[in-house]
Ligand binder design. Structure first.
Ligand SMILES: CC(C)(COP(=O)(O)OP(=O)(O)OC[C@H]1O[C@@H](n2cnc3c(N)ncnc32)[C@H](O)[C@@H]1OP(=O)(O)O)[C@@H](O)C(=O)NCCC(=O)NCCS
Length: 233
């Protein structure tokens, strides 16, 4: 079993270039299998299957429970967790053939988000809807990064924080903001910001943001590792 030191967050990423192995499907719960079958497009089905098989395979190593026997509960906003005060906490994010899973000890609030920073589309149109004036300024007038990359750094940070709080979309996006200054990432909010720590991890075209704090509000560090469904099954 993998032990989680109290000051550590484990972050795994998975590239899903090929269809996941057939054995993955047997790991899913009935409800997860229903969701899997509801996707119209094969690429979406494959990503969902890879993400949930990865989540189960990883959490099995931290709990000692076989992956197919893990049971999850959700908070009022749909955030899944393992029941029990001693269970590790986790969060999952997936996009365009890329999956990330963050895992930490029971005392953590934890959120992770990933986005393809090269994805086309109307990111400029979203700027005023999603970001505070200070964040808009950082995107449109950034000197160190290109505006699209900065957009996705701030986007993933906002999502990771709202996911760590467990609120998802129910947390108004303009009610908090991030200030990026070199490697420093500062959260500005009227809420209790003590102890929150954030990381950004570029991975090829993908941006990954991690948001976490523990009960003691002491610093933590992350350990990153790639996983492979073929090797881990
Ligand atoms: C689910 C939500 C929290 C994240 O959605 P997303 O970024 O589209 O998807 P991600 O891949 O990052 O995360 C999805 C996973 O988060 C987890 N999740 C679901 N609800 C959650 C919540 N309230 N809090 C934290 N995690 C949640 C689930 O494991 C889910 O996986 P599943 O759908 O395969 O079961 C969504 O409700 C949300 O709030 N989206 C924000 C959309 C937005 O407009 N963002 C603006 C940019 S700042």
């Amino acid at each position: 079993m993998i032990l989680l030191p109290p000051d550590t967050v484990h972050l795994y990423w998975l590239r899903c270039q090929a269809a996941p192995p057939d054995e993955c499907l047997r790991l899913l719960s009935e409800e997860e299998r229903e969701r899997y079958h509801r996707f119209r497009f094969e690429k979406d089905r494959n990503l969902f299957l890879s993400a949930h098989a990865a989540k189960r395979l990883l959490l099995a190593r931290y709990t000692g429970t076989p992956p197919e026997q893990l049971q999850f509960a959700c908070n009022a906003y749909g955030k899944p967790h393992l029941p029990g005060n001693d269970a590790p906490v986790f969060n999952l994010s997936h996009t365009r053939g890329f999956v990330v899973v963050a895992i930490a000890g029971p005392s953590f609030e934890l959120g992770v988000d990933t986005e393809d920073s090269q994805r086309g589309g109307n990111w400029r149109d979203l700027i005023t809807r999603v970001f505070t004036p200070g964040e808009q300024e950082q995107i449109l007038h950034c000197l160190q990064a290109d505006p699209q990359a900065r957009f996705f750094e701030l986007w993933t940070l906002k999502e990771a924080y709202s996911k760590a709080k467990g609120l998802g979309l129910s947390l108004p996006l303009q009610s908090f903001s991030f200030q990026l200054d070199g490697d420093r990432i500062e959260l500005q909010t009227n809420d209790d910001a003590a102890g929150w720590q954030f990381e950004l991890h570029p991975n090829g075209v993908f941006r990954i943001a991690l948001a976490a704090r523990n009960q003691k509000r002491t610093p933590w560090r992350s350990k990153l590792r790639e996983m492979s469904l073929l090797l881990d099954l």
